[in-house]
Design a protein around this ligand. Sequence first.
Ligand SMILES: Cc1cc2nc3c(=O)[nH]c(=O)nc-3n(C[C@H](O)[C@H](O)[C@H](O)COP(=O)(O)OP(=O)(O)OC[C@H]3O[C@@H](n4cnc5c(N)ncnc54)[C@H](O)[C@@H]3O)c2cc1C
Length: 493
Amino acid sequence: MKKMQADVAVVAAGLSGLAASIAAAEQGLSVIALEKSKVTGGAASMGVGPLAIGTKHQANVGYNLTPDDAFLKHMHWSHWMVDARLVYDYYRKSASTIEWLENMGVEFVYRNTTLYTPTRMRSYAEPERCCHAVRPADGGRVGPRVAARMIKSMTDYAEELGVEILLETPGRKLIKEDGRIVGVLGTCPDGEELEVRANAVIIATGGFGDNPEMIKEYTGLTWGENLFSFRIPGNVGDGMKMAWEVGAARSDIRMDLMYQIPDNMNHFNLEGAFRQPILWVNKLGERFMPEDCIANTCTTGNAINRQPGHTCFAIMDTATLNHYKRNGVDIFGIQGSDVFDHFDQEAEAAITTGYQYFIKADTIEELCEKTGIDLAGLEETLEIYNDDCDNGGFDSIFNKDRQFMRPVRKGPFYSLQSFPGAYGSFGGIKINYKTEAVDQDGYPIKGLYAVGTDACDIYGDTYPFILGGNTMAFCLNSGRMAAEYAAEYISTL
Ligand SMILES: Cc1cc2nc3c(=O)[nH]c(=O)nc-3n(C[C@H](O)[C@H](O)[C@H](O)COP(=O)(O)OP(=O)(O)OC[C@H]3O[C@@H](n4cnc5c(N)ncnc54)[C@H](O)[C@@H]3O)c2cc1C
């Protein structure tokens, strides 16, 4: 067995693990980070950027939300079912974390644009402008994966500080002696057993988004059937199992639910084209929400999740498609505003490759046959909906804004089917405000800390788009907090 020693062992070098490793090294502690994958960064490499409250970027545009305001909004959103002290400390720390990252060379693009979107179509009626997008390396458009640049800067800086990042080296088991955690066992790339002795261990393994069995156990959803969530390879719940094994209590456990189409990254613009206030129906052919309220992908995910078969269909006819091609989108999401420029090309590719969730049909009968939507139900819906469109656009079912009442009348018709999706999982290891893992009675397990999504149960039942960028921000800030509290603990030994 290979034996190593450090002040702090960090299990994983994803976003929260890197934050913890860097912050611990900055405290003058020696750090070994065990990382299962060939690369650092985990899910964070796919994202846009973190939230922060009270940064200089916000002050520069006169945006003055305070951490106290954010705290209260967050607690009202989560109905105070979460750890108030942890949430409070996290928001208080968030602005300094942006500066901390900037000192490592990370650059941010801060935009104050939400107010230009009509109220009903915002992801939340009054969303705060707190997401700080990572500036793309090529100076191009902010979009998916720009945060990979932050991971590169963090990894380089961690190595500069002397953090020893062991790639392809999964952590397996915690070492507990005399009631304290004193290290972790892992496996080296060549299969040799590894023992890392450390005065504190910080767990940061990113939840269980890549583990269909745990997803089924904790949410009841079946991956690939009625859930199509992102799966970051290797995020299979290792950290939480290791912590539970040594007596850590379980926190609330959920998925970071939103909605998605299967294989969404390969049909990116197509997905954006159908995330518009067009006609949305469930399998019965019934509308289930006003379609101008779909911009909040998380609450819409909840609505889709409660439909028969956990699914829904967005439908438009050729006239509406042409309208969008001419005028552009109504709802501007992560896919951007030019999705209809790519529609024909992506639709063609979807049809050629037999992508079953995108349907083009000449008649409503054919559409229902191919999608499985109940024909009688859809015909009834269309009668009411088209009638409403003809009569001044008053939506007699949901009072959708009349400017979006466009009839579905003349083929070809187009439909895209969505399901609940998720960025990953939330929660698993119960922690206190110091990010210490706690036992069933709430007492800390000495020397054990948990951060990032492994420990993130601060949202209640739904991710708070009211304060976007929240998951990355919790990962970064909980990582920093764990390192600081671990340093304090180690100094008492
Ligand atoms: C497509 C996408 C876009 C997103 N965009 C945003 C965004 O813009 N803003 C935002 O706030 N959030 C966003 N998120 C969410 C955010 O990226 C994640 O919440 C965050 O990265 C989670 O950080 P983490 O440290 O908990 O886990 P990760 O960053 O996923 O890291 C977990 C690490 O643990 C490693 N690991 C697993 N098991 C072991 C083991 N046994 N031993 C050692 N290592 C192990 C993994 O290999 C991985 O490197 C996005 C997520 C996705 C999927």
